[in-house]
Design a protein around this ligand. Structure first.
Ligand code: AMP
Length: 327
């Protein structure tokens, strides 16, 4: 993917952005949601947008809602949002492809709903949508909104958006990283925030995660074409003292091995089902995710498996993808 940098974006994007800003002007209360099981881009785009709007529209009430993921508490906290806050409010959902994944069901309770996202637009919900699958991250899109609408940034907004972009690009490793991504992070880096601390934090793992990484490398099964899998049972999670959310720190680990092309991390849930984290270096695997109650990006998706035989089936589908590509 080679995306041209654009100081001034295509008119269709400009029109979309000005419509979003128009709607923001119209409402006194704005409530921002994002997806369940948040990652840095979910929080970065959600709270980055909140702080951006608070700075540029200080007279408005802007709130964020959703589960507070302890691993991401260093980024930002959530607000207490009452049911009545939704009356006559504008609701914006960031980084969330489908309604089932929106954290906090009350997102439908406002007066007008905007979707801002960079995942494939599988479920086009909302009264106004801005979906750009070429953007590396939703945080990149929020920064674009700020730049094109000439909104003021500050250090705290920049810290959140930068962290979101670093999260979703794997620190500029994944191919969705474009020349525009670099222009945007260069703009954010101009703001005054503790860059060293934020970068170090993004690279920090607990000791138990380091040990779990060892387990993943020790137990990874890799076939002759580079399809890989590892199963993390509840027993293993318990043994290493880690949560389901902690597996986000090891999901990229198999990709560091040269021969590995595409992989699945099968994480057993407390109900005995499996959350399957699918990743791939070059070959799309999101169709596999879609066939198994999930979805996501071409190279980073999530699925759900309801039996050991479905785990087997998913692994076979990964094997098929890499085998077909090696022909
Ligand atoms: P994860 O492995 O949970 O980090 O997910 C990787 C990507 O797949 C993220 O962009 C998610 O938004 C997406 N994703 C994960 N689980 C699901 C799901 N059940 N349905 C749709 N998309 C998902």
């Amino acid at each position: 993917l080679v995306r041209k940098s654009y100081a001034s974006p295509p008119s269709i994007i400009r029109r979309r952005l000005s419509k979003i800003i128009e709607k923001i002007h119209e409402y006194d209360t704005i409530i921002i949601h994002r997806h369940k099981r948040p990652d840095p881009d979910a929080i970065g785009s959600q709270v980055g947008l909140q702080k951006l709007l608070q700075k540029n529209f200080p007279e408005k009430t802007i709130k964020v809602t959703g589960f507070e993921e302890p691993n991401l508490a260093w980024m930002a906290g959530m607000d207490v949002v009452a049911d009545q806050d939704y009356q006559g409010a504008l609701v914006i959902v960031t980084d969330t492809a489908n309604t089932a994944r929106v954290d906090d069901d009350r997102y439908t309770q406002g007066d007008f709903l905007i979707k801002i996202d960079h995942h494939p637009n599988e479920e086009p919900y909302g009264d106004l949508l801005w979906v750009n699958t070429e953007a590396s991250s939703c945080s990149e899109m929020i920064t674009e909104l700020a730049i094109q609408s000439q909104l003021e940034l500050d250090g705290e907004i920049a810290r959140l958006l930068y962290a979101g972009i670093v999260g979703d690009t794997g620190r500029f490793l994944y191919p969705a990283t474009s020349s525009r991504t670099f222009e945007i992070v260069a703009r954010l880096r101009q703001e005054d925030f503790d860059f060293a601390r934020m970068s170090r934090q993004m690279d920090t793992i607990d000791f138990k995660i380091a040990k779990l990484t060892g387990y993943v490398y020790d137990n990874l099964e890799v076939d002759e074409h580079g399809a890989a899998r590892v199963i993390l049972t509840q027993d293993i999670l318990e043994k290493y003292g880690v949560t389901d959310a902690d597996t986000s720190f090891i999901v990229g680990a198999p990709g560091r091995i040269g021969v590995v092309q595409s992989w699945g991390i099968f994480v057993e849930q407390t109900d005995g089902n499996y959350r399957v984290r699918l990743r791939s270096k070059y070959l799309p695997i999101n169709e596999i995710a879609k066939r198994h109650d999930g979805g996501g990006h071409p190279l980073a998706s999530g699925a759900n498996s309801y039996s050991l035989s479905e785990n087997e089936q998913i692994y076979q589908e990964i094997q098929e993808v890499v085998r077909n590509a090696s022909k």
